[in-house]
Ligand binder design. Sequence first.
Ligand SMILES: C[S@@+](CC[C@H](N)C(=O)[O-])C[C@H]1O[C@@H](n2cnc3c(N)ncnc32)[C@H](O)[C@@H]1O
Length: 214
Amino acid sequence: MHAEYWLNRWQSNDISFHSGNINPSLDRYFTNLNLPVNSRVFVPLCGKTVDIHYLLNKGMYVVGVALSELAIRQLFIELALTPKVTKHGLLTAYQAQGICIWVGDVFALTADHLDHVDAIYDRGALVALPFAIRNQYAQHLITLSHAALQLLITCVYDQSQRSGTPYSVPAAEVQSIYAKQYSLNMLSCEKLSQGIKGVTSASITVWLMSPSAS
Ligand SMILES: C[S@@+](CC[C@H](N)C(=O)[O-])C[C@H]1O[C@@H](n2cnc3c(N)ncnc32)[C@H](O)[C@@H]1O
């Protein structure tokens, strides 16, 4: 049901979540990640975000996962890269210089598929998932990446005023799913002047999450 919803959205080009511009919070806070060139950045539920172009231009190796093969074909066309495509069970890898995108369900991905991860960039991923699976997703990311440093962007609004994505993920929920493994630093929390999808009071919150010393 969940997969079908997203695949239909890509099929009908109903991709209002996709922006032609680099996410301003990524540009503002990328240096906070302090990543050397050739670091491996995991972009879960990546779609064809132009933030991947940004990360590649910063010399990062990008690893992503996305349900829609159509999105990933478009991503490689827009990057002007010809991927090598290989099947690995339930997943298909699209690879080119500096990038590997896994097409399939994020929950089918294992740490072996990803290899080492230096940082995670989550924009439009946690907030794309319903409450019932967000904790499972968060624990899965921790397992996949061994709790790699993470830049997380969420939106916050009164969920009772609308249903559907992007879901509101308030600070208390971020803390409850991530505080065990991470030290959480809210870099910013800014009101959206236009609100979000008809809800007038909404904000965007950016978190820098560093692995806790164990
Ligand atoms: C809100 S969009 C955000 C895409 C991208 N992060 C961006 O910022 O443009 C959510 C994306 O997650 C993908 N997706 C949803 N559930 C997924 C899953 N279980 N595994 C992999 N990708 C998934 C959808 O196809 C969609 O492209």
